[in-house]
Write a protein that binds this ligand. Sequence first.
Ligand code: ZN
Length: 130
Amino acid sequence: MTARTKLGLQHVATSGGIDYRLAREATLAAFRDGDLSREQLCDAQRELVRNAEFCGTPAGRDCPMCEQPTLVEVTYVFGPRLPKHGRCVTSDREMHRIASRKSVSTGYVVEVCPACRWNHLTESRAIGGA
Ligand SMILES: [Zn+2]
């Protein structure tokens, strides 16, 4: 895997967006309390794990489940003139190109651990439409 810098959406966002940190913490608390099983949380689909390996950028924090430094963030963008299943954006350049469009797209950042298959949405924001 080539070294990539963290992408994020803040620098290209046209709206405040939604932060899913509270939902993530609630999910992890439910796991600690025994209300959710590891199997329920570490259920990343094969496609997502593959995107994490090939398009992920280091999250800069350990996986909350297996505590390995393998956690990455995968950024998807959905919108006009993009594939129906979204585009997995891997570079700042590509992100800026989509953000410079007149049409509004929505970016989603998912944190994924390819080691244990933990995955959780971390943020979503509208981009483009300027
Ligand atoms: Zn993990």
